[in-house]
Write a protein that binds this ligand. Sequence first.
Ligand code: PHE
Length: 451
Amino acid sequence: MEKKRSSFTGKLGFVLAAAGSAVGLGNIWRFPYLAAQYGGGVFLLVYILLAVTFGFAMMAAEIAIGRKTGLSAIGAFEKLNKKFSFVGYLGALVPALILPYYSVIGGWVTKYFVVYITGDSAEAAKDGYFNSFISGTASPIFWFSIFIAITALIVLLGVEKGIEKLSKIMMPILILLSLVVAVYVCLTPGAGAGIAYYLKPDFSHFSIMTVVAAMGQMFYSMSIAMGIMITYGSYMKKEVSIESSVHQIEIFDTGIAFLAGLMIIPAVFAFSGGDPASLGAGPGLMFITLPKVFDSMTGGAIIGALFFLLVFFAALTSSISLMETVVSILQDKLKWNRRLTCLVVFIGSLLIGLPSALGYGPLEGIKLLGMQCLDFFDFITNSVIMPIVALFTCIMVGYVIKPKTLTDEIELSGHFRLKKLFIVMIRYIAPIFLVVILISSVLSAFGIIKI
Ligand code: PHE
């Protein structure tokens, strides 16, 4: 029996809660390094196009599924069609796989915050600092464990609400601070080439990998194709508009990612001369680039400390949302008490995350499909499992329960302006697209095609 659900008070409550889960490391850490790596402007363009079409349709569908059934992912798929209940389970696997490596990066952020408040900011700006940190053993494990322990403690004590409140103050400050840093970077001599690289699409940089990466990023950043938005939808009141809520969450989420890119990519040009190796730095990009920016600013140590503190909070609200999801699924299914469940998820995440934490150091030689552990978990979730979840969601909605079931739900709160786009995306464009993406990413991972 599902307990009676409490609901978000209104639209603002819903949008802020969903945005709190959506905005996190995906926007600030992941988006800029992918944009730098996959062609700058052309990546940005593909990302935005995907977000307003496919992302819009997927998020609206998930929220509508949640609101219609009043259940979270596993129960919702079971209720709509028994044959598709595996989609709920598959989606539930995603947060469990993301949480461990998300916490590894959360640990990096925590470490940088502490470095800044202990006055070592000049050290952090030196070449090689980041690499010597992540290639160690004790240090990455230490910071990773700290981050996951903080997350587990908050979930265990049930004080998420307090953190959410705090993050509602932190988020606007983060946006303001990012704006200031972005303006500073863009005015630094040498940044012009970076601004052009980021904002002007150059189609010679386009490849199918641009689309694969942009699509994975979209799922990740908007917290879709993993059941989370279904859960949020289940708490949404019937009179709140799904359509305009989705627009607002998207603007929030994409806006912050855009700003992070504007802060980091021109900085690669202004401070590292646009070195192609830096552009392809991958997960370390933010940690290599931003300390150089802060080091050159007056009061940079304080700004850096504040910045990493705010990113820490954005990461924490997301990791809490990830862990909460895993804990509540296990609790529901296994009927364990909350304490035991939190402990099991904490230890499980520590163990699964360990290879990712050590993947740049002692375990560097170990490659899964040619990838480091962290990249591998990132790839499996974003480029394989999430597209599969999205594909079957589209098939179920488009052909089994039919789009009307959901458009009726969406229309409960008024006219659905983009209804045609929604139906065409879910039934035709998204499934074809997803199949192409899935095949390309899997073939490329096995080295069968080079893209
Ligand atoms: N969307 C979050 C981010 O961008 C990551 C996340 C995924 C958080 C799933 C919660 C659930 O960082």
